[in-house]
Design a protein around this ligand. Structure first.
Ligand SMILES: [Zn+2]
Length: 584
Protein backbone atom coordinates (compact mmCIF):
# COMPACT_ATOMS: atom_id res chain seq x y z
CA UNK A 1 0.00 0.00 0.00
CA UNK A 2 1.51 3.37 -0.96
CA UNK A 3 2.23 5.92 1.71
CA UNK A 4 -0.04 8.90 1.36
CA UNK A 5 0.61 12.58 1.35
CA UNK A 6 0.05 13.88 4.87
CA UNK A 7 -3.60 14.29 5.85
CA UNK A 8 -3.92 17.93 6.94
CA UNK A 9 -7.04 17.08 8.95
CA UNK A 10 -5.33 14.64 11.31
CA UNK A 11 -2.57 14.98 13.93
CA UNK A 12 -1.83 11.26 13.58
CA UNK A 13 1.54 9.86 12.46
CA UNK A 14 0.61 6.59 10.69
CA UNK A 15 3.72 6.91 8.51
CA UNK A 16 5.75 6.30 11.72
CA UNK A 17 3.46 4.25 14.00
CA UNK A 18 0.22 2.95 12.47
CA UNK A 19 -2.92 1.88 14.32
CA UNK A 20 -4.32 -1.39 12.85
CA UNK A 21 -7.13 -2.30 15.22
CA UNK A 22 -9.35 -0.88 17.95
CA UNK A 23 -11.07 -2.77 20.79
CA UNK A 24 -13.67 -0.61 22.53
CA UNK A 25 -15.34 -1.30 25.87
CA UNK A 26 -17.70 1.60 26.53
CA UNK A 27 -20.64 2.36 28.79
CA UNK A 28 -23.34 4.72 27.54
CA UNK A 29 -24.54 6.89 30.45
CA UNK A 30 -27.59 8.88 29.42
CA UNK A 31 -27.70 10.88 32.66
CA UNK A 32 -24.10 12.03 32.37
CA UNK A 33 -24.22 12.07 28.54
CA UNK A 34 -20.89 10.26 28.35
CA UNK A 35 -19.36 7.19 26.80
CA UNK A 36 -16.73 5.93 29.23
CA UNK A 37 -14.41 2.97 29.35
CA UNK A 38 -11.39 1.99 27.32
CA UNK A 39 -9.97 1.70 23.81
CA UNK A 40 -7.16 -0.76 23.11
CA UNK A 41 -5.27 0.30 19.98
CA UNK A 42 -3.38 -2.46 18.19
CA UNK A 43 -0.32 -0.94 16.48
CA UNK A 44 2.46 -2.15 14.18
CA UNK A 45 5.15 -3.42 16.57
CA UNK A 46 6.95 -0.30 17.77
CA UNK A 47 10.64 0.25 17.09
CA UNK A 48 10.91 2.52 20.13
CA UNK A 49 12.12 5.47 18.02
CA UNK A 50 8.83 7.32 17.56
CA UNK A 51 5.83 7.99 19.78
CA UNK A 52 2.31 6.98 18.72
CA UNK A 53 0.24 10.07 17.90
CA UNK A 54 -3.55 9.84 17.70
CA UNK A 55 -6.36 12.40 17.40
CA UNK A 56 -8.61 13.40 20.26
CA UNK A 57 -11.18 16.14 20.73
CA UNK A 58 -12.35 16.98 24.24
CA UNK A 59 -11.71 13.49 25.64
CA UNK A 60 -11.21 13.18 29.40
CA UNK A 61 -8.23 10.82 29.60
CA UNK A 62 -7.77 8.86 32.80
CA UNK A 63 -4.78 6.65 31.98
CA UNK A 64 -2.63 5.37 29.12
CA UNK A 65 -0.78 2.05 29.22
CA UNK A 66 1.29 -0.02 26.79
CA UNK A 67 1.74 -3.75 26.29
CA UNK A 68 3.76 -6.10 24.10
CA UNK A 69 1.50 -9.14 24.34
CA UNK A 70 -1.86 -7.57 25.16
CA UNK A 71 -2.07 -9.40 28.48
CA UNK A 72 -0.18 -7.24 30.98
CA UNK A 73 0.00 -3.46 30.68
CA UNK A 74 2.49 -0.91 32.02
CA UNK A 75 1.84 2.77 32.66
CA UNK A 76 2.94 4.88 29.69
CA UNK A 77 4.30 8.42 29.36
CA UNK A 78 1.83 10.54 27.43
CA UNK A 79 1.03 14.17 26.67
CA UNK A 80 -1.91 16.03 25.18
CA UNK A 81 -0.98 18.84 22.78
CA UNK A 82 -2.66 22.19 22.23
CA UNK A 83 -6.33 22.03 21.19
CA UNK A 84 -7.01 23.22 17.65
CA UNK A 85 -10.56 24.52 17.13
CA UNK A 86 -11.16 22.29 14.10
CA UNK A 87 -8.72 19.39 14.59
CA UNK A 88 -8.80 18.86 18.36
CA UNK A 89 -5.68 17.87 20.28
CA UNK A 90 -3.01 15.24 19.55
CA UNK A 91 -2.42 12.53 22.14
CA UNK A 92 1.23 11.50 22.03
CA UNK A 93 2.20 8.22 23.73
CA UNK A 94 5.74 6.92 24.23
CA UNK A 95 5.77 3.35 22.88
CA UNK A 96 8.87 1.37 23.93
CA UNK A 97 10.37 -1.08 21.39
CA UNK A 98 8.15 -4.18 21.11
CA UNK A 99 4.91 -2.41 22.05
CA UNK A 100 1.93 -3.83 20.16
CA UNK A 101 -1.00 -2.48 22.20
CA UNK A 102 -1.88 0.87 23.75
CA UNK A 103 -4.80 1.02 26.20
CA UNK A 104 -6.47 4.37 26.85
CA UNK A 105 -9.03 4.72 29.66
CA UNK A 106 -11.20 7.75 28.98
CA UNK A 107 -14.61 9.34 28.72
CA UNK A 108 -16.26 11.53 26.09
CA UNK A 109 -17.66 14.91 27.10
CA UNK A 110 -21.42 15.69 26.96
CA UNK A 111 -20.73 18.14 24.09
CA UNK A 112 -18.74 15.60 21.99
CA UNK A 113 -19.10 16.75 18.37
CA UNK A 114 -19.60 13.21 17.04
CA UNK A 115 -22.42 12.22 19.39
CA UNK A 116 -25.96 13.38 19.85
CA UNK A 117 -27.78 12.54 23.07
CA UNK A 118 -31.54 12.89 22.65
CA UNK A 119 -34.11 13.24 25.39
CA UNK A 120 -37.21 11.00 25.12
CA UNK A 121 -39.19 14.04 23.85
CA UNK A 122 -36.83 14.26 20.85
CA UNK A 123 -37.63 10.72 19.68
CA UNK A 124 -40.62 9.32 17.81
CA UNK A 125 -41.74 7.19 20.77
CA UNK A 126 -41.21 9.94 23.40
CA UNK A 127 -40.52 7.33 26.13
CA UNK A 128 -36.82 6.41 25.89
CA UNK A 129 -33.67 8.44 25.26
CA UNK A 130 -31.56 7.93 22.13
CA UNK A 131 -27.86 8.18 21.28
CA UNK A 132 -26.26 8.16 17.86
CA UNK A 133 -22.82 8.90 16.46
CA UNK A 134 -21.92 10.74 13.26
CA UNK A 135 -18.16 10.43 12.71
CA UNK A 136 -17.79 11.85 9.20
CA UNK A 137 -15.77 13.86 8.58
CA UNK A 138 -13.49 14.19 11.63
CA UNK A 139 -15.69 13.52 14.64
CA UNK A 140 -14.60 9.97 15.57
CA UNK A 141 -11.90 11.63 17.68
CA UNK A 142 -14.57 13.15 19.95
CA UNK A 143 -15.41 9.68 21.32
CA UNK A 144 -12.48 7.43 20.31
CA UNK A 145 -8.76 8.25 20.61
CA UNK A 146 -7.69 7.20 17.10
CA UNK A 147 -5.76 8.16 13.96
CA UNK A 148 -8.83 9.86 12.55
CA UNK A 149 -7.87 9.96 8.89
CA UNK A 150 -9.69 8.17 6.05
CA UNK A 151 -6.25 6.93 4.94
CA UNK A 152 -5.89 4.84 8.11
CA UNK A 153 -8.04 1.69 8.13
CA UNK A 154 -8.67 -0.40 11.24
CA UNK A 155 -10.60 -3.51 12.20
CA UNK A 156 -12.64 -3.10 15.36
CA UNK A 157 -14.42 -4.92 18.14
CA UNK A 158 -16.70 -3.31 20.70
CA UNK A 159 -18.52 -4.19 23.89
CA UNK A 160 -21.23 -1.62 24.61
CA UNK A 161 -22.99 -1.38 27.97
CA UNK A 162 -26.39 0.32 27.71
CA UNK A 163 -29.55 0.64 29.83
CA UNK A 164 -31.20 -2.78 29.57
CA UNK A 165 -34.47 -1.60 28.00
CA UNK A 166 -32.49 -0.20 25.02
CA UNK A 167 -30.76 -1.80 22.03
CA UNK A 168 -27.23 -0.94 20.88
CA UNK A 169 -26.27 -1.19 17.19
CA UNK A 170 -22.96 -0.65 15.43
CA UNK A 171 -21.53 -0.68 11.90
CA UNK A 172 -20.30 -4.21 12.53
CA UNK A 173 -21.37 -7.83 12.89
CA UNK A 174 -23.43 -8.64 15.99
CA UNK A 175 -21.49 -11.03 18.21
CA UNK A 176 -24.01 -11.46 20.97
CA UNK A 177 -26.28 -9.54 23.30
CA UNK A 178 -27.13 -10.20 26.93
CA UNK A 179 -29.12 -7.83 29.15
CA UNK A 180 -27.63 -4.43 28.51
CA UNK A 181 -24.36 -5.76 27.01
CA UNK A 182 -23.80 -5.85 23.25
CA UNK A 183 -20.77 -7.26 21.41
CA UNK A 184 -19.70 -6.34 17.88
CA UNK A 185 -16.87 -7.08 15.45
CA UNK A 186 -15.82 -5.55 12.13
CA UNK A 187 -13.19 -7.82 10.60
CA UNK A 188 -12.50 -5.88 7.43
CA UNK A 189 -10.42 -2.71 7.88
CA UNK A 190 -12.38 0.54 7.68
CA UNK A 191 -11.47 4.17 8.37
CA UNK A 192 -12.51 5.70 11.72
CA UNK A 193 -15.22 7.83 10.09
CA UNK A 194 -17.18 4.61 9.40
CA UNK A 195 -17.23 3.39 13.01
CA UNK A 196 -20.79 4.04 14.18
CA UNK A 197 -22.94 3.52 17.26
CA UNK A 198 -26.63 3.99 18.03
CA UNK A 199 -28.51 3.18 21.23
CA UNK A 200 -32.28 3.48 21.51
CA UNK A 201 -35.66 1.79 21.68
CA UNK A 202 -35.21 -0.11 18.41
CA UNK A 203 -36.92 -2.98 16.66
CA UNK A 204 -36.07 -4.87 13.49
CA UNK A 205 -38.08 -5.85 10.41
CA UNK A 206 -36.52 -8.06 7.75
CA UNK A 207 -36.72 -6.92 4.10
CA UNK A 208 -34.92 -9.87 2.50
CA UNK A 209 -32.21 -12.47 3.14
CA UNK A 210 -29.48 -9.84 3.60
CA UNK A 211 -31.49 -6.70 4.29
CA UNK A 212 -33.74 -5.18 6.92
CA UNK A 213 -34.80 -2.05 8.78
CA UNK A 214 -34.22 -0.98 12.39
CA UNK A 215 -36.43 1.81 13.74
CA UNK A 216 -38.32 2.95 16.79
CA UNK A 217 -41.45 0.76 17.17
CA UNK A 218 -43.86 3.52 16.10
CA UNK A 219 -41.93 4.13 12.84
CA UNK A 220 -41.06 0.55 11.89
CA UNK A 221 -44.12 -0.42 9.81
CA UNK A 222 -44.05 2.75 7.68
CA UNK A 223 -40.27 2.48 7.21
CA UNK A 224 -40.35 -1.20 6.19
CA UNK A 225 -43.03 -0.51 3.57
CA UNK A 226 -41.08 2.46 2.18
CA UNK A 227 -37.80 0.53 1.88
CA UNK A 228 -39.14 -2.86 0.79
CA UNK A 229 -36.99 -2.72 -2.39
CA UNK A 230 -33.65 -2.86 -0.53
CA UNK A 231 -32.84 -6.43 -1.51
CA UNK A 232 -33.58 -5.60 -5.18
CA UNK A 233 -31.24 -2.62 -4.94
CA UNK A 234 -28.34 -4.68 -3.58
CA UNK A 235 -28.81 -7.22 -6.38
CA UNK A 236 -28.92 -4.42 -8.98
CA UNK A 237 -25.54 -2.98 -7.92
CA UNK A 238 -23.95 -6.40 -7.67
CA UNK A 239 -24.91 -7.09 -11.29
CA UNK A 240 -23.12 -3.89 -12.32
CA UNK A 241 -20.05 -3.62 -10.09
CA UNK A 242 -19.38 -6.95 -8.42
CA UNK A 243 -20.22 -8.60 -5.11
CA UNK A 244 -21.49 -6.79 -2.02
CA UNK A 245 -18.65 -7.49 0.40
CA UNK A 246 -20.07 -6.50 3.77
CA UNK A 247 -22.42 -9.38 4.62
CA UNK A 248 -25.67 -7.70 5.68
CA UNK A 249 -27.12 -4.39 4.46
CA UNK A 250 -29.46 -2.99 7.11
CA UNK A 251 -30.98 0.43 7.53
CA UNK A 252 -31.40 2.35 10.79
CA UNK A 253 -34.05 5.08 10.82
CA UNK A 254 -32.91 7.78 13.24
CA UNK A 255 -34.97 10.43 15.02
CA UNK A 256 -35.62 13.59 12.93
CA UNK A 257 -32.72 15.59 14.43
CA UNK A 258 -30.20 13.58 12.37
CA UNK A 259 -28.28 16.35 10.54
CA UNK A 260 -27.84 14.49 7.23
CA UNK A 261 -29.98 12.55 4.77
CA UNK A 262 -28.02 9.39 5.34
CA UNK A 263 -24.66 8.07 6.45
CA UNK A 264 -23.15 5.06 4.78
CA UNK A 265 -21.93 3.27 7.92
CA UNK A 266 -20.93 -0.23 6.71
CA UNK A 267 -23.58 -2.96 7.19
CA UNK A 268 -25.89 -0.34 8.74
CA UNK A 269 -26.84 2.83 6.85
CA UNK A 270 -28.09 5.59 9.15
CA UNK A 271 -30.99 7.54 7.60
CA UNK A 272 -33.25 10.47 8.34
CA UNK A 273 -36.97 9.69 8.73
CA UNK A 274 -37.67 12.62 6.35
CA UNK A 275 -37.19 10.28 3.35
CA UNK A 276 -40.31 8.33 4.29
CA UNK A 277 -42.75 9.92 1.84
CA UNK A 278 -45.28 7.08 1.67
CA UNK A 279 -44.71 6.44 -2.05
CA UNK A 280 -41.01 5.45 -2.27
CA UNK A 281 -40.32 8.69 -4.14
CA UNK A 282 -37.34 9.63 -1.94
CA UNK A 283 -35.64 6.23 -1.70
CA UNK A 284 -32.87 7.54 -4.00
CA UNK A 285 -31.18 8.36 -0.71
CA UNK A 286 -30.97 4.65 0.13
CA UNK A 287 -29.57 3.94 -3.35
CA UNK A 288 -26.94 6.57 -2.58
CA UNK A 289 -25.91 5.11 0.79
CA UNK A 290 -25.92 1.58 -0.62
CA UNK A 291 -23.68 2.71 -3.52
CA UNK A 292 -21.13 3.79 -0.91
CA UNK A 293 -20.66 0.09 -0.12
CA UNK A 294 -18.51 0.21 -3.28
CA UNK A 295 -17.38 3.83 -3.72
CA UNK A 296 -16.46 5.11 -0.28
CA UNK A 297 -16.43 2.11 2.01
CA UNK A 298 -14.65 -0.36 -0.30
CA UNK A 299 -12.52 2.21 -2.19
CA UNK A 300 -12.09 5.21 0.10
CA UNK A 301 -10.83 8.76 -0.30
CA UNK A 302 -7.38 8.90 1.36
CA UNK A 303 -7.93 12.47 2.60
CA UNK A 304 -10.93 14.81 2.67
CA UNK A 305 -9.36 16.74 -0.21
CA UNK A 306 -10.18 13.63 -2.28
CA UNK A 307 -13.80 13.59 -1.00
CA UNK A 308 -15.15 13.67 -4.57
CA UNK A 309 -13.81 10.13 -5.11
CA UNK A 310 -16.36 8.97 -2.53
CA UNK A 311 -19.27 11.19 -3.52
CA UNK A 312 -18.95 11.68 -7.29
CA UNK A 313 -18.79 7.96 -8.07
CA UNK A 314 -21.51 7.27 -5.50
CA UNK A 315 -23.90 9.88 -6.93
CA UNK A 316 -23.40 8.34 -10.38
CA UNK A 317 -24.02 4.79 -9.09
CA UNK A 318 -27.01 5.98 -7.05
CA UNK A 319 -28.64 7.11 -10.29
CA UNK A 320 -27.80 3.84 -12.02
CA UNK A 321 -29.57 1.94 -9.19
CA UNK A 322 -32.59 4.24 -9.52
CA UNK A 323 -32.65 3.59 -13.27
CA UNK A 324 -32.38 -0.16 -12.72
CA UNK A 325 -35.10 -0.39 -10.03
CA UNK A 326 -37.47 2.51 -10.89
CA UNK A 327 -36.83 3.15 -14.59
CA UNK A 328 -35.15 5.63 -16.93
CA UNK A 329 -37.65 8.45 -16.53
CA UNK A 330 -37.27 8.49 -12.73
CA UNK A 331 -33.46 8.47 -13.04
CA UNK A 332 -33.55 11.29 -15.61
CA UNK A 333 -35.79 13.47 -13.41
CA UNK A 334 -33.42 13.04 -10.47
CA UNK A 335 -30.46 14.03 -12.66
CA UNK A 336 -32.20 17.18 -13.89
CA UNK A 337 -33.01 18.26 -10.33
CA UNK A 338 -29.44 17.53 -9.18
CA UNK A 339 -28.07 19.65 -12.00
CA UNK A 340 -30.19 22.65 -11.00
CA UNK A 341 -28.93 22.41 -7.40
CA UNK A 342 -25.35 22.28 -8.66
CA UNK A 343 -25.79 25.26 -11.00
CA UNK A 344 -27.41 27.34 -8.25
CA UNK A 345 -24.74 26.55 -5.68
CA UNK A 346 -21.85 26.95 -8.12
CA UNK A 347 -23.00 30.49 -8.88
CA UNK A 348 -22.36 31.49 -5.25
CA UNK A 349 -19.45 29.28 -4.26
CA UNK A 350 -15.90 30.69 -3.93
CA UNK A 351 -13.71 29.59 -6.86
CA UNK A 352 -11.41 27.44 -4.71
CA UNK A 353 -14.39 25.29 -3.67
CA UNK A 354 -15.53 24.71 -7.26
CA UNK A 355 -12.80 22.21 -8.19
CA UNK A 356 -13.36 18.50 -7.58
CA UNK A 357 -9.99 18.24 -5.86
CA UNK A 358 -10.49 20.94 -3.24
CA UNK A 359 -9.34 21.49 0.34
CA UNK A 360 -11.23 23.36 3.06
CA UNK A 361 -9.99 24.19 6.57
CA UNK A 362 -12.92 22.31 8.08
CA UNK A 363 -13.78 19.25 5.97
CA UNK A 364 -17.46 19.58 6.95
CA UNK A 365 -17.47 22.76 4.84
CA UNK A 366 -16.46 20.81 1.73
CA UNK A 367 -19.87 19.12 1.66
CA UNK A 368 -21.32 21.04 -1.31
CA UNK A 369 -22.95 19.88 -4.56
CA UNK A 370 -19.53 19.99 -6.25
CA UNK A 371 -18.03 16.65 -5.07
CA UNK A 372 -21.45 15.01 -5.50
CA UNK A 373 -23.02 16.30 -8.71
CA UNK A 374 -20.01 17.69 -10.58
CA UNK A 375 -18.21 14.47 -9.59
CA UNK A 376 -21.06 12.35 -10.99
CA UNK A 377 -21.07 14.38 -14.21
CA UNK A 378 -17.40 13.50 -14.66
CA UNK A 379 -18.27 9.78 -14.52
CA UNK A 380 -21.29 10.43 -16.77
CA UNK A 381 -18.93 12.07 -19.28
CA UNK A 382 -16.75 8.94 -19.29
CA UNK A 383 -19.92 6.93 -19.96
CA UNK A 384 -21.03 9.22 -22.82
CA UNK A 385 -17.55 9.25 -24.35
CA UNK A 386 -16.58 5.58 -24.13
CA UNK A 387 -19.92 3.84 -23.88
CA UNK A 388 -21.71 2.33 -20.90
CA UNK A 389 -20.44 -1.28 -21.23
CA UNK A 390 -16.81 -0.12 -21.39
CA UNK A 391 -17.14 2.18 -18.38
CA UNK A 392 -19.13 -0.38 -16.36
CA UNK A 393 -16.35 -2.92 -16.94
CA UNK A 394 -13.76 -0.29 -16.03
CA UNK A 395 -15.55 0.58 -12.77
CA UNK A 396 -15.90 -3.05 -11.81
CA UNK A 397 -12.15 -3.47 -12.29
CA UNK A 398 -11.50 -0.26 -10.33
CA UNK A 399 -13.44 -1.53 -7.30
CA UNK A 400 -11.68 -4.91 -7.44
CA UNK A 401 -8.24 -3.37 -7.84
CA UNK A 402 -8.52 -0.91 -4.94
CA UNK A 403 -10.84 -2.99 -2.70
CA UNK A 404 -10.44 -2.16 1.01
CA UNK A 405 -7.91 0.57 0.26
CA UNK A 406 -7.85 4.35 0.68
CA UNK A 407 -6.60 6.18 -2.40
CA UNK A 408 -5.74 9.71 -3.48
CA UNK A 409 -7.01 11.52 -6.57
CA UNK A 410 -3.55 11.03 -8.11
CA UNK A 411 -3.78 7.24 -7.67
CA UNK A 412 -7.27 7.19 -9.18
CA UNK A 413 -6.11 9.27 -12.17
CA UNK A 414 -3.06 7.10 -12.75
CA UNK A 415 -5.29 3.98 -12.84
CA UNK A 416 -7.87 5.73 -15.06
CA UNK A 417 -5.18 6.73 -17.50
CA UNK A 418 -3.68 3.25 -17.70
CA UNK A 419 -6.85 1.14 -17.69
CA UNK A 420 -9.25 3.31 -19.71
CA UNK A 421 -7.95 6.51 -21.34
CA UNK A 422 -4.76 5.04 -22.87
CA UNK A 423 -6.88 2.37 -24.57
CA UNK A 424 -9.26 4.88 -26.19
CA UNK A 425 -8.87 7.49 -28.92
CA UNK A 426 -11.23 10.14 -27.53
CA UNK A 427 -9.72 12.52 -24.96
CA UNK A 428 -11.18 13.93 -21.73
CA UNK A 429 -10.03 17.36 -20.44
CA UNK A 430 -8.88 15.91 -17.10
CA UNK A 431 -7.07 18.96 -15.76
CA UNK A 432 -10.12 21.17 -16.29
CA UNK A 433 -12.52 18.63 -14.74
CA UNK A 434 -10.54 17.73 -11.65
CA UNK A 435 -8.52 20.79 -10.72
CA UNK A 436 -10.29 23.86 -12.12
CA UNK A 437 -13.24 25.96 -10.96
CA UNK A 438 -16.60 25.96 -12.74
CA UNK A 439 -18.44 23.30 -14.66
CA UNK A 440 -16.74 22.35 -17.97
CA UNK A 441 -18.73 22.86 -21.18
CA UNK A 442 -18.33 19.12 -21.82
CA UNK A 443 -20.61 18.31 -18.85
CA UNK A 444 -23.44 16.06 -20.09
CA UNK A 445 -26.93 17.45 -19.55
CA UNK A 446 -29.84 15.16 -18.72
CA UNK A 447 -33.32 15.92 -20.05
CA UNK A 448 -36.76 14.84 -18.91
CA UNK A 449 -39.87 15.40 -21.05
CA UNK A 450 -42.00 15.06 -17.90
CA UNK A 451 -40.13 17.84 -16.14
CA UNK A 452 -40.17 20.00 -19.28
CA UNK A 453 -43.97 19.82 -19.24
CA UNK A 454 -44.07 20.76 -15.56
CA UNK A 455 -41.77 23.70 -16.23
CA UNK A 456 -44.23 25.01 -18.82
CA UNK A 457 -46.98 24.71 -16.19
CA UNK A 458 -44.88 26.79 -13.79
CA UNK A 459 -44.36 29.45 -16.44
CA UNK A 460 -48.08 29.50 -17.24
CA UNK A 461 -49.02 29.85 -13.58
CA UNK A 462 -46.56 32.71 -13.10
CA UNK A 463 -47.87 34.52 -16.20
CA UNK A 464 -51.64 33.94 -15.99
CA UNK A 465 -52.40 32.37 -12.60
CA UNK A 466 -53.55 29.16 -14.33
CA UNK A 467 -53.62 26.39 -11.71
CA UNK A 468 -52.05 23.25 -13.23
CA UNK A 469 -53.89 19.93 -13.19
CA UNK A 470 -51.17 18.40 -11.05
CA UNK A 471 -51.16 14.65 -10.42
CA UNK A 472 -47.47 14.80 -9.82
CA UNK A 473 -44.67 12.74 -8.37
CA UNK A 474 -42.34 14.31 -5.81
CA UNK A 475 -39.80 15.12 -8.52
CA UNK A 476 -42.42 16.88 -10.68
CA UNK A 477 -43.55 18.92 -7.70
CA UNK A 478 -39.98 19.93 -6.97
CA UNK A 479 -39.47 20.97 -10.58
CA UNK A 480 -42.68 23.04 -10.52
CA UNK A 481 -41.77 24.84 -7.30
CA UNK A 482 -38.15 25.40 -8.29
CA UNK A 483 -39.11 26.72 -11.72
CA UNK A 484 -41.40 29.41 -10.29
CA UNK A 485 -40.16 33.00 -10.27
CA UNK A 486 -40.51 34.94 -6.97
CA UNK A 487 -44.25 34.96 -6.16
CA UNK A 488 -46.59 37.62 -4.84
CA UNK A 489 -48.42 36.85 -1.60
CA UNK A 490 -51.69 36.39 -3.52
CA UNK A 491 -50.08 33.89 -5.90
CA UNK A 492 -48.72 31.86 -2.99
CA UNK A 493 -52.17 31.90 -1.40
CA UNK A 494 -53.76 30.64 -4.64
CA UNK A 495 -51.33 27.70 -4.86
CA UNK A 496 -51.85 26.79 -1.23
CA UNK A 497 -55.66 26.92 -1.69
CA UNK A 498 -55.41 24.57 -4.65
CA UNK A 499 -52.89 22.06 -3.24
CA UNK A 500 -52.69 22.54 0.58
CA UNK A 501 -48.91 22.63 0.28
CA UNK A 502 -48.46 24.02 3.81
CA UNK A 503 -49.97 20.78 5.11
CA UNK A 504 -48.02 18.31 2.93
CA UNK A 505 -46.37 15.38 4.70
CA UNK A 506 -43.62 15.15 2.06
CA UNK A 507 -40.60 16.90 3.60
CA UNK A 508 -38.86 17.67 0.27
CA UNK A 509 -41.96 19.35 -1.17
CA UNK A 510 -42.68 21.08 2.13
CA UNK A 511 -39.16 22.49 2.39
CA UNK A 512 -39.29 23.85 -1.17
CA UNK A 513 -42.74 25.31 -0.60
CA UNK A 514 -41.84 26.97 2.70
CA UNK A 515 -38.89 28.72 1.05
CA UNK A 516 -41.35 30.15 -1.50
CA UNK A 517 -43.85 31.06 1.22
CA UNK A 518 -41.18 32.97 3.18
CA UNK A 519 -40.03 34.84 0.07
CA UNK A 520 -43.68 35.72 -0.73
CA UNK A 521 -44.32 36.69 2.93
CA UNK A 522 -47.31 34.32 2.95
CA UNK A 523 -48.28 34.52 6.63
CA UNK A 524 -50.41 31.34 6.94
CA UNK A 525 -47.25 29.27 6.33
CA UNK A 526 -45.24 30.73 9.22
CA UNK A 527 -46.58 28.38 11.93
CA UNK A 528 -45.50 25.42 9.76
CA UNK A 529 -42.08 27.03 9.16
CA UNK A 530 -41.68 27.19 12.92
CA UNK A 531 -42.96 23.66 13.66
CA UNK A 532 -40.80 22.18 10.86
CA UNK A 533 -37.66 23.95 12.11
CA UNK A 534 -38.47 22.84 15.65
CA UNK A 535 -38.92 19.18 14.76
CA UNK A 536 -36.41 18.46 11.97
CA UNK A 537 -32.61 18.87 12.15
CA UNK A 538 -31.61 17.81 8.62
CA UNK A 539 -29.27 20.54 7.39
CA UNK A 540 -30.44 20.28 3.79
CA UNK A 541 -33.87 21.50 4.95
CA UNK A 542 -33.17 23.86 7.81
CA UNK A 543 -30.30 25.86 6.32
CA UNK A 544 -32.23 27.21 3.28
CA UNK A 545 -35.21 28.09 5.48
CA UNK A 546 -33.10 30.08 7.94
CA UNK A 547 -31.28 31.72 5.00
CA UNK A 548 -34.63 32.69 3.42
CA UNK A 549 -35.84 34.20 6.70
CA UNK A 550 -32.61 36.16 7.18
CA UNK A 551 -33.25 38.17 3.98
CA UNK A 552 -35.65 40.65 5.61
CA UNK A 553 -35.59 42.46 8.99
CA UNK A 554 -38.90 40.86 10.08
CA UNK A 555 -37.63 37.48 8.92
CA UNK A 556 -34.41 37.93 10.89
CA UNK A 557 -36.37 38.50 14.08
CA UNK A 558 -38.41 35.38 13.34
CA UNK A 559 -35.31 33.31 12.53
CA UNK A 560 -33.56 34.34 15.74
CA UNK A 561 -36.62 33.61 17.88
CA UNK A 562 -37.12 30.15 16.33
CA UNK A 563 -33.42 29.29 16.41
CA UNK A 564 -33.11 30.23 20.09
CA UNK A 565 -35.69 27.54 20.84
CA UNK A 566 -34.67 24.99 18.20
CA UNK A 567 -30.88 25.08 18.60
CA UNK A 568 -30.62 22.83 21.70
CA UNK A 569 -32.43 20.09 19.77
CA UNK A 570 -30.07 20.23 16.76
CA UNK A 571 -27.00 18.06 16.32
CA UNK A 572 -23.63 19.78 17.09
CA UNK A 573 -22.75 19.71 13.34
CA UNK A 574 -26.04 21.44 12.44
CA UNK A 575 -25.59 23.97 15.25
CA UNK A 576 -22.17 24.93 13.85
CA UNK A 577 -23.49 25.41 10.33
CA UNK A 578 -26.69 27.28 11.28
CA UNK A 579 -24.70 29.54 13.66
CA UNK A 580 -23.08 30.94 10.50
CA UNK A 581 -26.47 31.73 8.93
CA UNK A 582 -28.44 33.11 11.90
CA UNK A 583 -25.94 35.72 13.05
CA UNK A 584 -26.71 38.14 15.91
ZN1 LIG B 1 -22.58 10.17 0.01
Amino acid sequence: MPEHARDVHSHGNPEKVRVRSVALDLTASFDARTLSGSAILGIDVASGKDPLIVDTRDLVIESVETSGSGTSYATAKWTIGARDKILGAPLSVEVPAGTSFVRVRYASKPEASGLQWLTPEQTAGKKQPFLFSQNQSIHARSWIPIQDSPGVRVTYTARIHAPKQLTALMSAEHKGAAEGVFDFAMDTPIPAYLIALAVGDLQFQSAGPRTGVYAEPSVLAKASAEFSDMEKMVTAVEALYGPYRWGRYDLLILPPSFPFGGMENPRLTFATPTVIAGDKSLVGLISHELAHSWSGNLVTNATWTDFWLNEGFTTYIENRIQEEVYGEEQAAMEQVLDRRKLDEEMAELPKEQQALHAATADPDEGVTQVPYVKGSLFVRLLERTYGRPTVDAYLRGYFDHFAFRSITTAEMLEYLQRELLDKQAAKIPLQEWIFEAGLPASAPRATSPKLDAVKRDAEAFAATGAIPRAKWSTQEWLEFLQALPPLKTTQAAALDRAFALTRTGNSEILDQWLQIAIQADYAPAYPRVESFLMSVGRQKFIRPLYAALMKTPEGQARAKAIYAQARPGYHPIAQTSVDKIVTP
